[in-house]
Design a protein around this ligand. Structure first.
Ligand SMILES: [Fe+2]
Length: 172
């Protein structure tokens, strides 16, 4: 993987380079989030939350494959570029979970943390989709769209789950 210093020094002079840089960050981010999802799965208590996390893990593995395919479509080797914002979010999530002992509050923190991740991923995919549309790359747009639609559904599932968990947290 390209290191942080290296990637921050690279000059971006074209829309293609900007796209490749953002795709590389998204590719790294998905891998970081997959690792974090597995950790959340182990710490979750609520059955519904656990099943959303499991489904999300499987989805994320497919999304990583879709991103690999996009690189290949563009004639490039899949290249992750360190995503600092994903790293910060994952670290923050871990820290919060370490601070909570109550199982319901822990589940609330997992669901809201994941919802936050999904919102950022949706915005990132939107940016990539717009750029790929401008270049007329239909195959790339379709793969990105697939990922984005899944993120939207998953975000909604976390939102509903969070609502239920929050009710339990208040009445506990
Ligand atoms: Fe996701």
């Amino acid at each position: 993987m390209v290191n942080v210093q290296e990637s921050s020094k690279t000059k971006i002079n074209s829309a293609d380079q900007k796209f490749a840089m953002e795709l590389g960050r998204g590719y790294d981010a998905e891998q970081q989030y997959l690792q974090a999802l597995r950790e959340c799965e182990q710490q979750a208590n609520n059955q519904q939350l656990k099943s959303i996390l499991q489904m999300h893990s499987q989805q994320t593995q497919e999304q990583i494959k879709n991103l690999k395919q996009i690189f290949q479509t563009m004639g490039q080797k899949p290249q992750p570029i360190p995503c600092q914002s994903a790293r910060a979010l994952v670290e923050e999530g871990k820290q919060i979970l370490q601070q909570i002992n109550n199982p319901v509050l822990k589940d609330c923190a997992i669901a809201s943390g994941q919802a936050k991740v999904e919102a950022i991923e949706i915005a990132s995919y939107n940016g990539l989709i717009i750029a790929a549309q401008q270049k007329g790359q239909k195959d790339v747009v379709n793969l990105l769209m697939k990922n984005k639609l899944e993120e939207e559904k998953t975000a909604a599932a976390y939102g509903l789950c969070l609502l239920e968990l929050s009710k339990q947290a208040v009445s506990a």
